[in-house]
Structures are given as structure tokens and as C-alpha cells.
Ligand binder design. Structure first.
Ligand code: ADP
Ligand code: MG
Length: 318
């Protein structure tokens, strides 16, 4: 099948129909309309076979995840998802693989109102880049900077499930359905991101682990934090693992959680409570507090400090 037939077959008319797409897939460029009074939020992520996922990964899950990681960035900015572009490098044009990949991508795109407006196809080692585009009303963007001493630190969902899944896979152990879903089909917290506009003082999405990502909020905001590990939201599997091994690295540093971490001024707690009740399937937990200084202090359940030997995952460690 030619490149053009592949595009027509698997990547045309993917996702939501949007009136702001004047021209989508098929020409040299897409033509897109940004609504007045908004800024465009843009983010790109690449998933490389053998680095970010195993070549055996279910292609439908991979299509989902390739879009989900970008939508998680938009969520962390308080942006409403609108468009995506997809650059695919494939070793071969396997129709079964392509159909499943495109279905996984399309299902999430439709669910989140995203239109696939363009992309690129090349031959080579399997690699997937997705750029996402969303809208934020002027001045309402959620940044990493803005946390103040006294603010509460929240995280959504549970931490460490994807990390524990990877830990098991690396040891050739079977995965429970829950852990596999956490690793392969993360659900971007778009609804939460939108709800945090005007409420949160700083937001980040958790891609590299809480210690590393909260560290970015602290650095950008010029503040310190105390984190209480007994308050971390853990699934029963991760809680059992930590209880058995005393290994806090999985929930704190393993990454791929795609939850949101945000800080909230104490005077906004009641507003936050009202907002939280409207969210579907989005548990929120207070895990610590912002303070003066620049250190991140993690308190174990016994009151002692927990000191990480390493931060989050770094592709280019020094
Ligand atoms: P050009 O050579 O001008 O860059 P291409 O032949 O690469 O254009 O692509 C033709 C059209 O198909 C363009 O509109 C491009 O955005 C779109 N496209 C190419 N690959 C993909 C893909 N993987 N997903 C979605 N659209 C794609
Ligand atoms: Mg061209």
C-alpha cells in the first residue's frame, strides 16, 4: 500500500468533527481557527519502541497512550484539547497493527473532542510523535510557577501503578489488568485541568514521578514542600508492594502516572470541594504543604525523612 493510501485508510477523518478545522488531513498544511480571546497551548511527545514501550505492546493501547500523554500536558496547563498531529515512523506497513493503533488513537480523540489534522509517515525504527493543541482563555493558563507557602499539595488518582507494572514486566512477571491499564492506557485528567482554572496556584502533570515533577513546581515557584508519604494515594497493589518491600521509589519516582499534581491556597479549599464533587472518577488527595525555602522533604509514616537516591527518569543523565 502506498503512503498516501495508508494515510487515507488509517489516518483520515480521525477523531472529532470540529468547526475550527477549516482544512484537515490532505493538503500541505492544515488550516485551523483559534477562538478569539484564547491562546494556543502546544505540546509534543515522542514514544520510541524499546525506550518508552515494548515492541509487543498492544497497538490499540499504544494509539491511546500516544495521544493520552499529550492530553495530559494540556490538562496540566488548563487547556481544552482541540487538535493533534501525528508523526509515525514504522518499520513496515502492517495493516493489522495500523488498524488497531488508529482505532486506539481515534477512540480517545473522539472522547476528548480532538481532531487529527495532519501528520507524517516515514519508514524506520518504530517511533510515534504526537503534537497536541488546545485553547486557554487569556490569563487563565495554569503554570508550574505560582505555588505559595501555606498552599496545600494535591494529587489526583493513585501513584506508582504504571511503575509497578514496568517493575513486574522487567522481571517477566504477569500483570494484573489494573496495572496493565495504568501502564498502557493512562487516562489524561483533562476535566480536572479545566476545573482547576482560577483555583490552583500551580499545576504539573506527573510523567516523571512525583518527586521530580513536584520538584519542578518548587523550582519554578521558589518554594519548599513537605510531603507526607502515609498520605500518598496508592492502589491496593502498590500499597501491598510498599508494605512488603519498604520501597517508596515506585510511587515517588517511577513515572508514567499521568495524574495531576497541583497546589491550592487554603482559602480555596471549599471552592475546590464543590468542584471535586462534580468530577467523574477523579479522586483527589492532599499529600503535603508548600513552605518557605527550596527543599522537598518527604516524611515516612514513622516521622523520619525519606531521602531519594535519584530523581525521576532522565534520558540524558549527567
Ligand atoms: P507533505 O509531503 O506535503 O509533507 P505528506 O505527503 O507527508 O505531505 O502528507 C499528506 C497529508 O497527509 C498531509 O495533510 C499530512 O498532514 C497528512 N498526514 C501524513 N501522515 C499522517 C499521519 N500519520 N496522520 C495524519 N495525517 C497524516
Ligand atoms: Mg507538502
Amino acid at each position: 500500500m502506498s503512503e498516501f493510501r495508508l494515510i487515507r485508510e488509517y489516518f483520515s477523518d480521525i477523531g472529532a468533527d470540529r468547526v475550527d478545522v477549516a482544512l484537515g488531513v490532505g493538503d500541505d498544511c492544515a488550516l485551523l481557527q483559534i477562538p478569539a480571546g484564547n491562546r494556543l497551548a502546544v505540546s509534543i511527545d515522542t514514544l520510541v519502541s524499546g525506550v518508552h514501550f515494548s515492541p509487543e505492546t498492544d497497538p490499540q493501547n499504544l494509539g491511546h497512550k500516544a495521544l493520552a500523554v499529550g492530553l495530559s500536558d494540556l490538562a496540566a496547563m488548563g487547556a481544552e484539547p482541540a487538535w493533534a498531529t501525528l508523526a509515525l515512523t514504522l518499520p513496515a506497513a502492517d495493516p493489522l497493527w495500523l488498524r488497531a493503533f488508529s482505532a486506539g488513537f481515534a477512540n480517545l480523540a473522539v472522547e476528548q473532542g480532538v481532531s487529527l489534522v495532519g501528520g507524517d509517515m516515514t519508514r524506520g525504527p518504530l517511533s510515534i510523535s504526537v503534537q497536541v493543541h488546545g485553547f486557554v482563555p487569556l490569563g487563565q493558563e495554569l503554570r508550574r510557577r505560582g505555588a505559595h507557602p501555606g498552599d496545600l499539595i494535591f494529587v489526583s488518582g493513585t501513584l506508582g501503578d504504571a511503575g509497578l507494572a514496568l517493575h513486574h514486566l522487567q522481571r517477566s512477571r504477569p500483570l494484573s489488568p489494573n496495572l496493565r491499564l495504568a501502564l498502557e492506557r493512562p487516562n489524561p485528567r483533562v476535566e480536572l485541568g479545566l476545573a482547576l482554572r482560577g483555583l490552583a496556584s500551580a499545576v504539573i502533570d506527573l510523567s516523571d514521578g512525583l518527586v521530580s515533577d513536584l520538584g519542578h513546581i518548587l523550582e519554578a515557584s521558589g518554594v519548599a514542600a513537605d510531603l507526607f508519604l502515609q498520605d500518598l494515594p496508592l492502589s491496593p497493589e502498590v500499597a501491598d508492594y510498599v508494605a512488603a518491600t519498604d520501597d517508596w521509589y515506585i510511587p515517588l519516582t517511577s513515572g508514567d502516572d499521568y495524574e495531576l499534581c497541583f497546589t491550592l491556597p487554603p482559602q480555596r479549599i471549599s471552592d475546590m470541594g464543590r468542584v471535586a464533587k462534580q468530577l467523574k472518577d477523579c479522586p483527589l488527595r492532599v499529600v503535603g504543604r508548600i513552605g518557605y525555602g527550596k527543599e522537598l522533604r518527604c516524611f515516612l509514616p514513622n516521622g523520619r525523612f525519606w531521602k531519594p537516591l535519584q530523581g525521576g527518569f532522565d534520558h540524558f543523565p549527567s
